[in-house]
Design a protein around this ligand. Sequence first.
Ligand SMILES: NC(=O)C1=CN([C@@H]2O[C@H](COP(=O)(O)OP(=O)(O)OC[C@H]3O[C@@H](n4cnc5c(N)ncnc54)[C@H](O)[C@@H]3O)[C@@H](O)[C@H]2O)[C@@H](O)CC1
Ligand SMILES: Nc1ncnc2c1ncn2[C@@H]1O[C@H](COP(=O)(O)OP(=O)(O)OP(=O)(O)O)[C@@H](O)[C@H]1O
Length: 407
Amino acid sequence: MMEKFLQQSMDTDEKFYRFEEQRLKIEDKRREAEHARELQMLQMLGQMLAGISSSVSQRSQSIPTSPPRRANHRSYADNFNYNAMTATLSPPIVIERSFSLHRTHTLKDMENIFQLVRNVIPPLTGKKHKGQDGRIGIVGGCREYTGAPYFAAITALKVGADLSHVFCTKDAATVIKSYSPELIVHPVLDSPNAVHEVEKWLPRLHSVVIGPGLGRDEVLLENAKGIIEKSKMKGIPIIIDADGLWLISQQPSLIQGYQRAILTPNYMEFSRLYEAMLRDPVDSSDHHGCVLRLSQAMGNLTVVQKGERDLISDGEKVLVCSHEGSSRRCGGQGDLLSGSLGVLAHWAFVAGAEKTNGQNPFLVAAFGACSLTRQSNQQAFQKFGRSMTASDMVSEVGTAFNKLFET
Ligand SMILES: NC(=O)C1=CN([C@@H]2O[C@H](COP(=O)(O)OP(=O)(O)OC[C@H]3O[C@@H](n4cnc5c(N)ncnc54)[C@H](O)[C@@H]3O)[C@@H](O)[C@H]2O)[C@@H](O)CC1
Ligand SMILES: Nc1ncnc2c1ncn2[C@@H]1O[C@H](COP(=O)(O)OP(=O)(O)OP(=O)(O)O)[C@@H](O)[C@H]1O
């Protein structure tokens, strides 16, 4: 009887995963078609612009003309800059965006970015079963760093994921489990067949966050590399943070061009990546340009440069999140960001273009995660001031989320 029940439940699970795989494939096809349409429009627009610029130069010799541009040339200097204060939003959020000439955008569009985050949040209903609102994997956690993967994984749950898995070393596993019974902890990251052990779980995961507390041990980095490769093969959204970014700055080709990846560098990590990719130091007078160029050099994957203002770019646009946080910079805040981004990236990715109004879902997700981290920081700082720690921020995630997205 029990065996029959277990078999039935396994069959149902199997069916569900098969269905989800099919749905993701259809979604991929739809996105590809959309991309092809956009390219076609860009080419047409390029031809029109070239036509206009040549007729202007023929008519007016006194106006200096710029050199002809290729239709798909992306240049920061080409961008329109808008600064928009969204007065309708409470609490006040500054949204600044830079748009390329290639697309038409309206001011209303800018005001809506916050609404887009709300749109992708799945409704809570009685009809779902466990796992449907997100199964997130965190790859990291070693002898030295047990807090970082915990902060990322628990934040994913507090944002609304149903299951949060941590893939860490054997040493770290018991420690992480002891912080929280809610987390599923796999002590596999330093095992001889680590990649295979994690790969077995990948079909069940909606997104993976690679790097919090990973450390820089060569064996662990090599395993993380293998996990990134397997995740890419399955088309899973990948968030790369902390020591995962160290790995990427050594081997950028590992993730270059995979547009389902989001990199979340802090100041140091950004400088390392930028120098590795562009062979130039960061230009401190042009942060927007730098984040845009890094994203382009990485093949237009999403880059979130964390700092006083978080700059988010997919190589075409730059969103700026300067939602009020606080002046307290305790360790672990970035882990809250990457954990929440793991969930929001999945939600935005499956929500479809209609919900994100045709915007890159990862830009929408990143904006949501940055706002949420900063709001949690603000609330915890109001309570604890200088003694605030990342755990205090974790306690604020629920109310911060409600305040920003569910009021
Ligand atoms: N409780 C925990 O377990 C925590 C673990 N963490 C983990 O710690 C690991 C290392 O991350 P870090 O951000 O500390 O990485 P780094 O070791 O690169 O940086 C540590 C700090 O040292 C300074 N620094 C680094 N390189 C420098 C340079 N060349 N010149 C001047 N200053 C420099 C910067 O202020 C930087 O924030 C990651 O795996 C991360 O996830 C952090 O997330 C914090 C919390
Ligand atoms: N100067 C600042 N002012 C306001 N908010 C900030 C500032 N610097 C960072 N933040 C916020 O804190 C979040 C985490 O950024 P931070 O630079 O602390 O990451 P990190 O160093 O990777 O964190 P971790 O300690 O987890 O490794 C960012 O998303 C950003 O919103």
